[in-house]
Design a protein around this ligand. Structure first.
Ligand SMILES: OC[C@H]1O[C@H](O[C@H]2O[C@H](CO)[C@@H](O)[C@H](O)[C@H]2O)[C@H](O)[C@@H](O)[C@@H]1O
Ligand SMILES: [Ca+2]
Length: 728
């Protein structure tokens, strides 16, 4: 077929198809297929979605013959145009074309009909940056020349971003731990050792995996894969030792027929990673991602994550923060029951659906008893739970300077260099009880997912947080409902699901779970709710007092259905205005954070930052209690902020946003900066939970809002237009 130097006719190709189809020629496609590590089939982008957005292009400087409205194609020399484009338009030389570049913002390209002889202009930041993205991707596919649909450059930004998320980003973030993918999944940008290499730890209960990976390591020495058996007794001491050789924790595998060899083999159950430096299966990221995957019709991936969680609970006793050895002592906010129920709802007609539901609920019950409702996380006095994981030492995965200000005084005290002190402290050669206390809370902060925040620093492990207890309330009501509705109110508990806390329980009924939920709600009303402030607060189980830090997690009580209608109304009227900003909800209020400066730097989970999970849970909570307008408004603001940054900054989609910053909300310099900003030419993966929030949020908006978003209309302008329309 055609060589990559010859122009290729792409006349019959959908202008919005996946790069595999759009840019992949026979040869490069064959190469990609050969090298493709597994068949993560991506669903085709819905044509209806695109049609809905067509005709609503943003009113910006258009290309010259826009009036003719005929679909136009360009014939482009990839390398030459890329070079000219960057030279002329990327004036700050960061390999992105953004509103901060000060080039002429116009580049002429040849039309396909004239074989490139007649030239027309591509104008404006958005179209030029889309051109850069398309050329970068075409180059990845080895293309020298392309025919490029103008529609691909002027595409409605909401349609473009949704399409990228559904077609490209999920695929780029999908992992499977097995021979086909171990070199990608094993990579750890956080590895602090002098010789980072892929390493996989197998739990003793999965000997077949040990055999499987050992064979791969032997057959493919170039991988430098080290296969190790995990000790059965997972103690903090042991985990500390493993820090010299950090590695992946094996996940679920299933027997499948290899499409090529037609032989049965073990394959990893796929999952989605957050992105950036986070290249493993996380706890609460996975839940948020699954909400996006379900609306992207990737039920298979959402299901895969539930199956992997069940494997983790079975073999590691919990859903670890993420599946790396250094995360083993701690978990993350628990969402398994809701996640499993949402997946079940989509697969309920499949033959194994009931087994899937049973396994998930059994795993959630085990996790509940042994992790969340057991000491040290359980506070036996209040009956509420805390993020209070075991372990000791300095968390090795954090950015190197994170603890400098905390540790330096101790290093000086012991007359040691910084590194010598860290080594001595981590191996218990030096004992510092004050530091132990600091890191007890720090581990709690990381388990809470809200790392870090002045709300939790130095106190987290003592707090019965509104977030954790709302989530556990949801576990309790979900478990009760599933047992009642799906298992005739009697769920048998097989021996492997019993725990030290539940060893005499042969079967579960809904009554005890309903009772637990009622008790938790009553305690939270008593200890966490403020009638005066109209919100829930964390409760300090040691000082026995309510905290006063105002946290957006108060809305999790609505998500979980724990709030009464009266409490919900108060939260909407009193609390919501304190958290609502230009781009949606801020994590905590400015007043609660307090003054920041050199001595007291910003923390990423405090004001002014907003995070996808806070938005998604609040929208769902508002909808649950009938606050449709509030949910729509908040979703609009969040999506507007993401869309605007996507349009103005070369397709950027990041881990978190500064929701008070209208122009460049993706610029966050707190702690380790922002994941997702540092790409060359084209974004490849976005960020897991923000991708999810985008497609999930779009489902909440009405059609009019979606159209306004596509024309980059700020919320206030949209609202004025609607009010004016309604006045007639
Ligand atoms: O390396 C520092 C910390 O990074 C993680 O936390 C952040 O990213 C996670 C993945 O997106 C997310 O779940 C968490 O909410 C973020 O704050 C990690 O989870 C921490 O344990 C780690 O110390
Ligand atoms: Ca630039």
């Amino acid at each position: 077929m055609s060589s990559s130097n010859a122009p290729q006719r792409q006349g019959s190709i959908d202008p919005f198809s996946h790069p595999d189809d759009y840019y992949g020629n026979e040869e490069s496609l064959a190469r990609i297929r050969r090298g493709r590590t597994f068949s993560a089939s991506v669903n085709a982008y819905s044509r209806e979605d695109i049609n809905e957005f067509l005709g609503t292009l943003p009113s910006r400087r258009g290309s010259q013959d826009e009036a003719s409205r005929r679909p136009r194609k360009f014939f482009i020399d990839v390398e030459e145009t890329l070079e000219a484009l960057l030279k002329q338009e990327d004036t700050d030389q960061n390999m992105q074309i953004t509103i901060e570049d000060v080039g002429p913002k116009v580049l002429s390209v040849g039309t396909a009909n004239s074989s490139g002889i007649n030239r027309v202009d591509v104008r404006g930041t958005y179209m030029l940056s889309n051109l850069l993205q398309e050329l970068t991707i075409a180059k990845d596919y080895g293309r020298k020349h392309i025919e490029l649909d103008e529609a691909r450059l002027s595409e409605n930004p909401v349609a473009r971003l949704s399409r990228l998320i559904k077609n490209m980003f999920w695929k780029a973030l999908t992992r499977r731990i097995d021979g086909s993918n171990i070199e990608v999944a094993g990579r750890d940008p956080k590895d602090w050792t002098s010789d980072p290499r892929p390493r996989v730890y197998i739990p003793p209960g999965a000997p077949e995996q040990f055999e499987y990976y050992s064979k791969i390591a032997e057959e493919r020495p170039e991988l430098r894969l080290e296969v190790l058996m995990l000790q059965s007794d997972i103690t903090p001491e042991y985990i500390n030792q493993l820090n010299a050789k950090p590695g992946l924790l094996a996940l679920a595998m299933e027997k499948k027929i290899n499409e090529v060899t037609k032989e049965e083999e073990l394959q990893g159950v796929p999952f989605v990673v957050p992105g950036g430096r986070f290249n493993e299966l996380y706890g609460w990221d996975s839940y948020m991602e699954s909400l996006g995957l379900l609306v992207s019709d990737r039920v298979d991936l959402a299901k895969g994550m539930v199956v992997n969680f069940c494997f983790e609970i079975k073999h590691y006793g919990k859903v670890p923060n993420a599946n790396r050895t250094y995360y083993l002592t701690r978990s993350q906010p628990p969402f398994l029951t809701d996640m499993a129920l949402r997946v079940y709802d989509r697969i309920k007609l499949e033959p194994d659906a009931k087994d899937f539901l049973r396994d998930s609920i059994l795993a959630a019950i085990k996790e509940y008893y042994s992790v969340w409702a057991a000491e040290p996380r359980l506070d036996p006095v209040s009956g509420l739970s805390r993020y209070r994981p075991e372990g000791w030492g300095v968390p090795p995965e954090t950015e190197p300077t994170h603890f400098t200000h905390i540790l330096t005084p101790y290093a000086k005290k012991h007359g040691m260099s910084f590194d010598e002190f860290v080594k001595a402290y981590n191996s218990r050669e030096v004992v510092e009880p004050e530091l132990d206390e600091y890191f007890l809370h720090d581990r709690g902060v990381r388990e809470s997912g809200h790392d870090t925040s002045y709300r939790l620093e130095r106190v987290c492990a003592n707090l019965a947080t509104v977030d954790l207890n709302s989530l556990l309330y949801k576990y309790e009501v979900d478990i009760a409902r599933v047992i009642r509705t799906h298992f005739k109110d009697k769920l048998e508990i097989p021996a492997e699901f019993r725990t030290a806390q539940s060893q005499n329980i042969d079967f579960e009924t809904s009554a005890s779970w309903d009772r637990r939920a009622r008790k938790r709600k009553q305690k939270m009303d008593q200890l966490c709710w403020s009638e005066e402030k109209g919100m829930f607060f964390d409760y300090d189980t040691v000082k026995k007092e309510r905290q006063d830090y105002e946290t957006a997690t108060t809305f999790w009580a609505m998500w979980a259905g724990l709030a009464t209608p009266q409490q919900a109304a108060k939260m909407v009227v009193q609390a919501l205005p304190r958290f609502e900003h230009f781009g949606g909800l801020v994590s905590g209020t400015e007043e609660s954070r307090g003054a920041v400066g050199l001595e007291r730097p910003n923390r990423q989970w405090d004001y002014p930052y907003g995070w996808a999970p806070q938005q998604m849970l609040a929208w769902t909570g508002f909808l649950r209690y009938g606050y449709q307008d509030e949910a729509e408004r908040l979703a609009y603001k969040w999506l507007y902020m993401i869309t605007k940054a996507f349009v103005d900054f070369n397709g950027v989609v990041v881990e978190k946003y500064d929701v008070t910053r209208p122009i460049d909300p993706h610029r966050v310099d707190a702690e380790y900066g922002n994941q997702g900003t540092d790409f060359k030419g084209a974004p490849r993966e976005g960020f897991g939970w923000v991708n999810a929030s985008y497609v999930y949020g779009l489902e909440i908006l009405n059609a009019h809002m979606r159209r306004s978003l596509g024309t980059i209309t700020p919320y206030d302008t949209y609202k004025k237009a609607i009010d004016a329309q309604n006045a007639f």
